[in-house]
Design a protein around this ligand. Structure first.
Ligand code: SF4
Ligand code: SF4
Length: 132
């Protein structure tokens, strides 16, 4: 079983298609949608984590006309630089960054991160970066 994060881009003609439902039902893929931008007249974009037999699932998506791009990027929080001010926590809507209320130190949960990069701009000491 493999696991990966992907950006799925699909044309307006596919916006109404039950793509993630088909992935779950026909390909036994566990999907975890991190971010979705879907409007009827425009291209749709999903940031999704998929777990399962990925090859046939990706083939299905590509045959449907979906562009599938693996995400190699990740957010890094440098503990030596961080001053635990908490500014990044307030802009992290996915709660990947949180504050430990006992130690007052921030915690980063990579699994929850949607790569929105809001935290990069919020950090006053540049402790957060985005790496490929
Ligand atoms: S990029 Fe930063 S703000 Fe966005 S989800 Fe990840 S940790 Fe949170
Ligand atoms: S904003 Fe920067 S310095 Fe403040 S808690 Fe977040 S990573 Fe640390």
């Amino acid at each position: 079983m493999a696991k990966g994060r992907f950006v799925l881009s699909f044309p307006p003609s596919l916006v109404g298609e039950p793509l993630t439902y088909t992935l779950v039902k026909n390909y036994n893929i566990i999907t975890n949608i991190h971010r979705a931008k879907i409007t009827p007249e425009e291209e749709g974009r999903l940031v999704v984590e998929m777990t399962g037999e990925l090859e046939p699932a990706i083939r299905y998506l590509e045959e449907k006309g979906v562009k599938v791009e693996p995400i190699a990027r990740e957010i890094l929080v440098e503990e030596e630089i961080c001053v635990h001010c908490g500014a990044c926590v307030g802009v992290c809507f996915s709660r990947a960054l949180s504050l430990n209320t006992e130690t007052f130190e921030i915690k980063f949960d990579r699994e929850k991160c949607t790569l929105c990069e809001f935290c990069l701009k919020a950090c006053p000491v540049n402790a957060i970066s985005s790496k490929f």
